[in-house]
Design a protein around this ligand. Structure first.
Ligand SMILES: Cc1ncc(C[n+]2csc(CCOP(=O)(O)OP(=O)(O)O)c2C)c(N)n1
Length: 627
């Protein structure tokens, strides 16, 4: 390592020669591969934008100029160039560096982000504020071609193109979302890349840029030339031009020199928003990732020499269990169709897509559209299943309420990555999904406790003639307990896993297991705790609940979700409604954004490990006894 250690901030990048920049790029790439192979993380995207990031920091002056990376999963090079090398080895670990932009870490990260397709809106807001305040800096949004399948980008461009605010959008086009990018737009980008002007235009732009001295020319003249150059060279960007952007490109996103010059040139254009199209290769520079970048999108720690996971596990994940159950359901029922918003692999739908390609729809990063489109499918007699991470489902709240529940159509949502997700941190925890949907009329909400019950919930959902959400944490929890009555799970019916005279825990999802473990610990000291798996969160098992009320059972609720508006809060409300004794304790997650770390570490921080639960129950019962 020669150059990277001497980079303490963007100003050091500006001092480098072009050949030093190339060396820097390979050092950064090596650092990223080494670190991600130990810590896990988003590898392929981060290898793809190293040169782009260097060029950005050469041409622009962060933090005065505002550089906003859409999603934010691709900012490792940015972190390494903005004074965070020393903590880079702690990437995604508890109390270590976040894998996403994080304001607390650096003034060069403007927002804490992790969700897609928001950067252009943010950038436009900044640009408008800048212009209103008569300030002078550049605002740059870096957006991937995958993120550009998200509708918010077009809302923002439509708005931006209407005005004259100076704004630069850089389209980082690698032909990939997580997997192959989808939709008509990806075809359009293909056309832009393949067009003759990609080569011809590139040469002419280069020639043009070389001819124009950046210093000493009247700016107006320069701008006029830039305008003409763009008009004469590029006719293919008409989509962006129609939205009011001036289109430049496409350019080679691994050519630091060319990109720097294009960005310098772009800085001179002050009367219109610009879209600069650069082409990069996902996984660039790591021979295992280049041919199969989707395998190296979000990776667990792996061995650099062969790309294999360091901890091989044959355990079935929750997504796999759900995906397999859905494929089995589709075999029996031709109405079953599957929908994903660019997350087929992550949500376990790859097998379904292979088995039933014509009944599988990848809609791009478009959760709102996915839900509304699923409603259309359901209205016309199909049984759509939309598999999505719980955190991204937040996008589609109104579609769930207005388009699905109000119409009362049978759309089922498989909300994976519910509860705490671990190292992706605060933008990715799915801890709001229960409060988000628990109160929506007509909705059935199921939260199975293990992989067998995920299967059972998917099976049961076909019998639900209305909207249904099935939510589960990402880690596959192997079956560990049977209901005392031996009955299979049924919607609206809770399962008693353990009897106990001193108190009864109502829990769902992963917390059911922790409750069982806590009950075991307490049993060893003579405290008898019953555990009920309240997996059918809506409809609740009112017969079971009223029986608890009648026998004046001391109820304790436990959930790995936000407490305000959550399951425990609803049980407390029902206690009041039924004139029953209030719960002895309502345990769950605190009302704050929880950072990254292993799920275990985060649960410990929130007091939800089995030993901690046991202690909290001990205290709650002691207090009630004293009272
Ligand atoms: C609203 C939302 N849905 C889904 C995701 C999951 N996700 C993270 S990155 C990504 C692909 C982004 O593709 P692109 O913008 O082209 O960036 P690349 O990884 O190819 O560099 C997806 C689908 C997300 N972050 N936000």
């Amino acid at each position: 390592m020669a150059i990277l250690p001497a980079i303490h901030g963007p100003e050091d990048v500006k001092k480098l020669s072009i050949s030093e920049c190339r060396t820097l790029a390979s050092e950064i790439r090596q650092t990223i591969i080494d670190t991600v192979s130990r810590q896990g993380g988003h590898l392929a995207s981060n290898l793809g934008d190293v040169e782009l990031t260097i060029a950005l920091h050469r041409a622009f002056s962060s933090p005065t100029d505002k550089i906003i990376f859409d999603v934010g999963h691709q900012i490792y090079a940015h972190k390494l160039l903005t004074g965070r090398q020393e903590m880079f080895h702690t990437l995604r670990s508890y109390k270590g560096m976040s894998g996403f932009p994080c304001r607390a870490e650096s003034e060069h990260d403007l927002f804490d982000t992790g969700h897609s397709s928001t950067a252009i809106s943010m950038a436009l807001g900044l640009a408008r504020a800048r212009d209103l305040k008569h300030e002078d800096y550049h605002v740059v949004a870096v957006v991937g071609d995958g993120a550009l399948t998200g509708g918010m980008c077009y809302e923002a461009m439509n708005d931006a193109g209407n005005g004259k605010n100076r704004l630069i959008v850089i389209l980082n086009d690698n032909e990939m979302s997580i997997s192959q990018n989808v939709g008509a737009l990806s075809e359009y980008f293909k056309h832009l890349r393949a067009s003759a002007s990609w080569y011809g235009g590139k040469k002419r732009i280069k020639h043009y840029l070389q001819r124009i001295p950046l210093v000493g020319h009247p700016i107006a003249n320069l701008i006029e030339k830039a305008k003409n150059m763009v008009k004469s060279v590029v006719t293919e960007g008409e989509l962006f031009e129609a939205l009011g952007f001036r289109y430049l490109g496409p350019f080679d996103g691994h050519n630091i020199d060319e990109m720097t010059r294009v960005f310098e040139e772009a800085k001179q254009v002050s009367d219109t928003p610009l879209l600069i199209h650069v082409i990069t290769k996902k996984g660039y520079g790591y021979d295992l990732a280049e041919p199969q970048p989707e395998k190296f999108q979000g990776v667990a720690p792996f061995r650099v020499e062969n790309g294999l996971k360091r901890n091989q596990s044959s355990k079935e994940s929750a997504a796999q269990a759900a995906g397999r159950a859905l494929t089995a359901l589709a075999e029996r029922d031709e109405r079953v169709v599957a929908v994903t918003a660019a997350m087929a692999g992550g949500t376990g739908l790859a097998g379904f897509a292979e088995a039933y390609p014509e009944r599988f729809f990848d809609v791009g990063i478009a959760e709102q559209h996915a839900v509304r489109m699923a409603e259309g499918l359901a209205r016309a007699g199909m049984r759509p299943y939309f598999a999505v991470y719980a955190t991204f489902l937040q996008r589609a709240y109104d579609q769930i309420v207005h388009d699905v529940c109000l119409q009362n159509v049978p759309v089922t949502i498989l909300a994976d990555h519910a509860a705490l997700v671990g190292d992706d941190g605060k933008t990715h925890h799915g801890v709001l999904s229960v409060p988000m949907v628990l109160n929506i009329p007509n909705l059935t909400l199921l939260a199975p406790r293990d992989t067998d019950d995920i299967r059972a919930a998917v099976e049961a959902s076909i019998g639900v003639e209305g909207p249904c959400v099935i939510e589960y944490p990402k880690d596959g929890i192997e079956p560990y307990a049977k209901p005392l009555d031996g009955k299979a799970p049924e919607v609206g019916s809770w399962q008693t896993l353990r009897e106990g005279a001193d108190a009864t825990v109502l829990a769902y999802g992963r917390m059911t297991k922790h409750a069982m473990q806590a009950a075991q610990l307490l049993a060893e000291e003579g405290i008898q705790i019953g555990v009920i798996d309240a997996w059918s969160l809506r409809p609740m098992d009112m017969a079971c609940l009223c029986a608890l009320f009648d026998k004046k059972a001391r109820i304790i609720t436990i959930e790995e979700g936000e407490l305000i508006g959550g399951f425990g809060a609803e049980i407390a409300r029902l206690c009041v409604e039924h004139g029953a004794q209030e719960p002895a304790a309502i345990l769950g997650l605190p009302n704050r954004f929880i950072a990254h770390g292993s799920v275990d570490q985060l649960l410990e921080e929130c007091g939800l490990k089995p030993e901690q639960i046991a202690q909290r129950i001990r205290l709650a019962l002691a207090e009630k006894n004293d009272g």
